[in-house]
Write a protein that binds this ligand. Sequence first.
Ligand code: SAH
Ligand code: SF4
Length: 444
Amino acid sequence: MCNTMDVHAKKVVTLVYGCQMSERDAETLTVISSEQGYERSGNLEDADLIIINTCCVRESAENKILGKIGELKKIKEKNPRLKIAVSGCMVQQPGVLQHLQKKAPHVDIWTGTHNIHHFAEQLVKAQAGEKVAEIWAEPDARMELPLAEKGKIKANVNIMFGCDNYCTYCIVPHVRGRERSRRPEEIMEEIRDLVANGCREVTLLGQNVNSYGREFASGYDFADLLGEVDRIPGLYRVRFITSHPKDLSDKLVLTIAAGKHLCEHIHLPVQAGSNDVLKRMNRKYTREYYLDRVEFIRRVLPECSLTTDIIVGFPGETKADFEQTLDMVRQVHYSQAFTFMYSKRSGTPAAIMPTQIPLDVKKRRLQQLMGVQNAESLAWRQKMLGKTWEVLVEGPSKTNPERMTGRTRGNELIVFAAEESCVGSLVQVRALEAHSWTIFGELV
Ligand code: SAH
Ligand code: SF4
């Protein structure tokens, strides 16, 4: 008689919502599941495990995620061996777990942001038929050792966790905990290991990278770390997000200018252009200070691309306040802006501020802002035409698979004809045609 061995390889599908930190956590969860024998897949119908790493920064993200979790119920009815794990910021919010459990009893694992390294044990329990819900109120530093997938050209590397800034609209400090920096030696080791496995570009991640190392007695800061990472042999490019304007030092800008692999791109969220609004947001800088930082960057790094985040319709935002935001966008010449309507987050001070702005006003302001920024983005790309840019080739274009895509040091997406053997290398591409989000070019 032959053995009835189960030859079905277990499959995991990972869905991610939100920022790069969320992506990074999802990567760690996926690596843990692969150590438990799950192979990565893109097919929900055929999955044994679906991981949803969530975001709660805006209500729209939460609604989308709840909709997705709801859809999975039908898939689970057809495929009873499927286990569903929901992790991350949405689950970590104080007091929401019970509500989520009631809404989605088909979920097997609920897990927060501070205990992702317990995922292996949680999986074992879920496989044995147990329902798991584990949310730690506090992070444990020993747990914060991110696991990386091998063989990728580009990788995200956490340099710090949490946030101490408490912008009045933002839920992040409530779900990510107090700010804490990883030791430089640990970060360097992780990057060297990534490079040994084929990685050519790293993005250093933190909610406010400019305050990296604040708790170190040595005075070692983010610019020092960047300088060290720049010298790692085999690494072509170094990026970082996010820079809080209040902590952006001259030393950092000068370090980028002196660096070889440090990309000339700074994501510098302004949030609003009016001093009144900035004050109520608790951003701790003024419009004038921000513009002064921009002026310094432009002087030291003339080709530096600046991108930003902007919120419209913050409580009490007047028409005149909003005009100042538009004016800011016209003055700075951002290459790209992520624009959002203010979303009430329960437990944050702005949620109970008087004069909440009606949805139709927020929508109108968002449209107007996007119009102004789209023109700026196109003008930025048009200025790049005719010049040759260093591009790290990432792979075939999704929309045009005969062509390759890559990014310039300024993080512009560029599409061009090249052999597949170029993937992972630096090439020179002349920019020929600018579209809203992409540039078409040719190899030089
Ligand atoms: N740490 C980063 C951003 C984290 S959240 C920083 O300080 O820049 C990403 C962006 O989401 C923020 O920059 C902000 O523009 C937006 N955001 C955060 N909370 C929001 C809210 N309640 N409503 C709308 N947008 C919000
Ligand atoms: Fe949120 Fe402000 Fe911290 Fe960014 S700096 S994560 S916007 S509290």
